[in-house]
Write a protein that binds this ligand. Structure first.
Ligand code: PA5
Ligand code: NI
Length: 189
């Protein structure tokens, strides 16, 4: 039987989807080695703050379909580094993605395996294009919840391994009540 059309409701206040679909929650303990300041990580690990949630609409993971979800990235910092997502390449690396910012403000940082780096500011209304081959991570640079909608090919998949081991080229830190992109000393070390 052919796949049936359906719709999902976006909840403007919370950023959640209804029906909820598959919910992913990530706390500091799920990504503690990704932050620069290990003392700040240790100090926060007892509280183990919730950093982000992803509401994922369930569709088959193949090239016929389009995965779509919202990410709710909470405001906060680990030391002076803003809360962020883990970041990933797509498992099928030449799969692109679209992010549409709905709430709050943030930064989308991207890099290629060759070490090229790029960043885009996001605010409600920003539609950002992550081209094929670019790893991507979002960062909440504001003091309210940052929410965006994402859509990408159904077979793309998520590959966290390389980012877990080599990190991003730059870290997003608070500086003089703004953000600064600071060279990550542990990138490819
Ligand atoms: O598909 C995407 O790029 C997003 O939906 C992310 O998966 C989401 O923002 C969470 O980030 P990550 O998958 O890097 O933990
Ligand atoms: Ni992605």
């Amino acid at each position: 039987k052919i796949f049936q059309p359906f719709s999902t409701m976006y909840e403007f206040d919370s950023g959640a989807l209804n029906p909820q679909g598959k919910l992913i929650s990530r706390r500091l303990s799920d990504m503690s080695s990704m932050y620069q300041d290990s003392e700040a990580v240790q100090a926060l690990l007892n509280d183990n703050p919730l950093i982000y949630e992803v509401y994922n609409v369930e569709v088959p993971e193949n090239e016929e379909h389009i995965q779509h979800c919202t990410t709710i990235l909470y405001p906060g910092k680990v030391g002076s580094e803003f809360f962020m997502t883990k970041g990933h390449y797509h498992e099928i690396i030449n799969r692109a993605e679209i992010y549409f910012c709905l709430k709050g403000k943030g930064l989308l940082i991207m890099q290629t395996k060759e070490g090229e780096f790029s960043s885009l500011e996001m605010e409600p209304g920003t539609i950002a294009y992550v081209p094929p081959y670019w790893a991507h991570r979002t960062v909440n640079t504001g003091d309210e919840t940052f929410v965006f909608f994402a859509a990408y090919p159904g077979d793309a998949g998520h590959d966290y391994g390389l980012i877990e081991t080599e990190g991003f080229v730059k870290a997003v830190m608070e500086q003089a009540e703004k953000y600064a992109l600071v060279a990550n000393p542990s990138y490819r070390k």
